[in-house]
Design a binder for this molecule. Structure first.
Ligand SMILES: [Zn+2]
Length: 409
């Protein structure tokens, strides 16, 4: 049940604070209130005045009305990659944004049918039940189910979206966390990927890692201690390796003795970093400890630990399902893109980011607009002599997400 006081929903304030990474003290200073007042609002002791709701909304970049919307049932506890003690605020931020993603995708789902859920979800209860063979089999099962042979995967996000997963990829300012997966109360999985590192290879692996959580860990309790957390992460990593680099197809292409140059060649073909390929070769038993150490040492001596050659020769995969939904609704005249921020109650920038729309499509807040004037002599040119930039044109893509046939209204 959502708590309300007056019309005000304190959980909305909590969610927006987390999503913006603001502390209560920071917010108090911004809106000219005391932090005691804010804590009274948060604890349902006092209701903010209409004027204060307006100020809150403006600082938190949500609509005033949004602060009065009842909260829907929350997403299930997600698993975070990284150390368990990692910054609490960062985790809260991702959690809040995943909640927003869930909410906006469900609002749009009132108008369209998303692809049916098509993921082999295992019902393991304990981590110790899951063996390496189980993980390999689960990854293989996904590949078979989705019609993949033993070759490289062209686009991981497209597969996830076609299997019914809601995906967003956005810059969150939390580079130490790569992403999270969660389950919506309506049974649909959600994956939020952090785009901060801008590396296509890592991003593909992150997506496959989150898929591993969805397949393997749906019914596992939240890891209680650091050891369990480490194990859950290792399992998702193993899954990602198995999914992206299937033993039959990949191992057959690795030449012996394994060299960095040979792996760099395979990196381009398989879309997986050399580091992740080395880990996969260990998991498959193709190389032993001594080869592993030799390659890892050589790799960091030659390339350092942060980047590898050819990291930039691929663009990060982008989610498309929600953007296509918006295009469809807009083309059919059901919901115009401009109306989305007020419909969803969030800022234009949030809507663009969560739905994968081009930045600026929904308009910029005034402070972000540079006021430019046309040069006097340009004013006299005919319109087609002028260069018009910044218009939004959709590039037609050849890939397909099954969407749209079944519009509900
Ligand atoms: Zn993880």
């Amino acid at each position: 049940m959502t708590r309300t006081i007056g019309n005000f929903v304190p959980e909305r304030l909590e969610q927006a604070l987390a999503a913006r990474g603001f502390s209560a003290i920071e917010l108090a200073a911004r809106i000219g209130a005391t932090s005691t007042t804010i804590s009274r609002w948060r604890n349902c002791v006092q209701v903010p005045s209409g004027e204060m709701i307006d100020r809150l909304a403006s600082e938190l970049r949500v609509s005033p009305e949004w602060l009065t919307r009842p909260l829907q049932e929350q997403i299930s506890i997600p698993y975070f990659r990284g150390s368990i003690s990692q910054m609490k605020a960062d985790r809260a931020l991702l959690n809040a944004r995943a909640g927003w993603l869930d909410e906006v995708s469900r609002q749009l789902e009132m108008y369209v049918d998303y692809p049916d859920l098509d993921i082999p979800v295992k019902n393991y209860k304990k981590l110790s039940e899951i063996t390496d063979t189980d993980i390999e089999d689960a990854a293989e099962e996904c590949r078979e189910r989705w019609g993949l042979k033993n070759g490289p995967i062209a686009d991981v996000l497209l597969l996830l979206e076609n299997a019914g997963v809601i995906v967003a990829r956005e810059e969150t300012g939390t580079p130490r966390i790569e992403g999270l997966s969660a389950w919506s109360a309506n049974g649909r999985p959600i994956v939020l990927l952090c785009a901060d590192k801008g590396n296509a290879y890592r991003s593909r692996f992150d997506a496959a890692h989150e898929l591993g959580h969805l397949v393997l860990h749906r019914y596992i309790e939240d890891p209680a201690d650091a050891a369990a957390h480490k194990q859950i992460e290792q399992q998702a990593h193993r899954f990602a390796g198995a999914f992206l680099l299937p033993s039959r197809g990949f191992a057959a292409e690795v030449t012996s003795p394994v060299s960095l140059q040979g792996l760099l060649f395979l990196k381009r073909r398989w879309g997986v970093s050399v580091a992740a390929m080395i880990m996969r070769l260990v998991a498959l038993g193709v190389i032993g400890d001594s080869d592993y150490l030799r390659l890892i040492k050589l790799r960091s001596a030659k390339w350092g630990n942060k980047r590898e050659p050819n990291d930039d020769d691929r663009d990060p995969e982008q989610p498309r399902l929600l953007k296509r939904t918006v295009d469809l609704l807009s083309n059919e005249g059901i919901v115009t893109a401009d109306a989305l921020p007020s419909m969803l109650g969030l800022s234009a920038r949030d809507v663009e980011s969560l739905l994968g729309l081009p930045f600026g499509l929904l308009g910029l807040p005034k402070a972000d607009v540079l006021e430019l004037k046309l040069k006097t002599d340009l004013k006299h040119m005919s319109p087609d002599e002028q260069v018009v930039s910044g218009t939004y044109s959709e590039q037609t893509l050849s890939n397909v997400i099954d969407l749209g046939a079944a519009r509900k209204s």
